[in-house]
Design a protein around this ligand. Sequence first.
Ligand code: KIV
Length: 256
Amino acid sequence: MSVTPPKLSQWKQQGKRIVALTAWDYAIAQILDRAGVDVILVGDSLAMVALGYDTTLPLTLEETLHHAKAVCRGVKDALVVVDLPFLTYQESPQQALHSAGRVLKETGAGGVKIEGGYPEMAQTVVRLVRAGIPVMGHVGLTPQSVRQVGYRQQGKTEADRDRILSEAIALECAGAFAIVLEHIPADFAATITSKLSIPTIGIGAGSHCDGQILVTHDLLGLSDKQPPFAKVYANLRQTITQAVDEYSREVRDRSF
Ligand code: KIV
């Protein structure tokens, strides 16, 4: 991996934007890496988009490790970050250390991402960072809290903004190397970005973050439903359907 957590902070100082996307398998990881994507996230969106679960909650650490290993085999340069699944880190810093340690030891990834902020997660970040595990934070809409908050935009009230901003600051102070800001108003994401010295990576958070991330299946038009803030750059569902139709026709009329 030639992209490292300290490099991302340097890029923020230099005004260089961070390009991040998700991958869950070897082929996509290899394509993204060779295309020059900086950060490849083995996101727990894996649960819904690739494994067909209703939410990210059922995803297990074993499933995550299986996909993260495949991704790491395909990547040479990008920084691979792996989402810790629901309830594999919230119980205690010790539990988080055990799960994150397995990710780094067994997959070769360069860091982990955890959702939520102050105060419990900040303590967890301190524990992981002390053990040498780079941690990316994630505030705003945190899909692992879907049963509490749904998928609604966050940071709409002053109180909510105060909470999210203090979470982001607490994560930075705890040693996180970057923070994902999900589904919050663009002006608020710009404020958080200007107050932190570590980079922010936005998804549904406007264009003033230090980098952007999308779920690759959304970008490629492969998902059956996308969040409202996803930007679709290709229609691979249509391309695949056309190719399969053509193949089926040729098999059936004996021309192939
Ligand atoms: O699971 C995921 O894909 C994420 C997003 C930030 C892309 O966490």
